[in-house]
Design a protein around this ligand. Sequence first.
Ligand code: NDP
Length: 338
Amino acid sequence: TKVLLTGGSGFIATHILQQLLERGHSVVTTVRSQEKADKIKEAYPDLGYDRLDIVIVPDVAQPNAFDAALISDPPLRAVIHTASPFHFNATDIKKDMLDPAINGTTGILKAVVSNAPQVERVVITSSFGSMLDRSKGFWPDHTYSDADWCPLTMEEALQHPGAGYQASKTFAERAAWDFMEKEKPSFTLATICPPLVFGPATQSLSSLDALNTSNQFVRSYLLGTSKEEIPPTMNPIFVDVRDVALAHIAAIEKPEAANKRFFITGGYCSNRQIVDIIRKHFPEYHAQLPHVSAEGGDLPDPVYKIDNQPSKEILGIQYRTLEECITDTVRSFGSVGK
Ligand code: NDP
């Protein structure tokens, strides 16, 4: 199948691209600059343009941004849209976060209708953030599932960058489902909703300071900044990036994934467990880690339950453990910039 993958330079998209190519798909991917295009080509020196083509889309928020990327011979059959800002340092939340997330999502859906009528499935990278109701805290009586929606309003979204990011994912995913309902296009949609994603950083990075936002949570323990206390666990669930990548691909390959949202999580994860795994496998970081006697970082108890059953049954995901995920993440940091 020929697939368009937006944001090909990103942490998650780098794994999606690798797995798409391994599974025999042909890929057109978009990046923001020629430099990023060249880095991707360098990673796959033996692939011709028929297997991997790269189109430069400088700003996904612009109208018609994806027109050129969608025109393809042979025609595209599926689209995976990952490009969206993920950081907590937006100065103008609307312009830096909400516009690219929402306009990028509606823009690609409109462009598929106009320019790529043979597309059968669109998959959008949403987030557990689009399900999570932070006002409920750890909500012990609740089971999070594909049925949950984050209730943030526009007014709340504009209050701080954390809320801005969560709202950007929520509003973008909502806009996608609204589009499906109103426009009734010929393709079907699936959305992928992962919590914090950790895993090997295989994207091109000039240094570890350029690491993607979610892996920075793992790296933070290697910097020696919290020796006396492990920070409280604010995000008690995780998923491995390789499982997230596979979920996107299964969502284009499996007919039964049509018109579904998927909660993609490998299970619970505390900051203490992350520190313990690093301590067990990486003696070279012992000096930087919190002291063995440091308190804190436990899993909140009680905590909400999680229902990821549809991702196992429909997408066939068999989740990696936290131990495998964190060891491979930390190991990958050693190759960055080399
Ligand atoms: P990255 O920051 O590595 O990837 C983000 C991608 O989006 C990059 O390719 C980036 O391009 C591109 N991008 C960002 N803003 C724009 C813009 N205005 N115009 C064009 N492209 C843009 O992070 P991830 O790989 O983690 O994120 C990928 C997707 O996964 C996002 O949609 C994110 O919201 C979602 N997600 C991530 C989670 C995580 O924990 N990592 C959890 C849940 C969802 P460039 O490389 O040029 O900056």
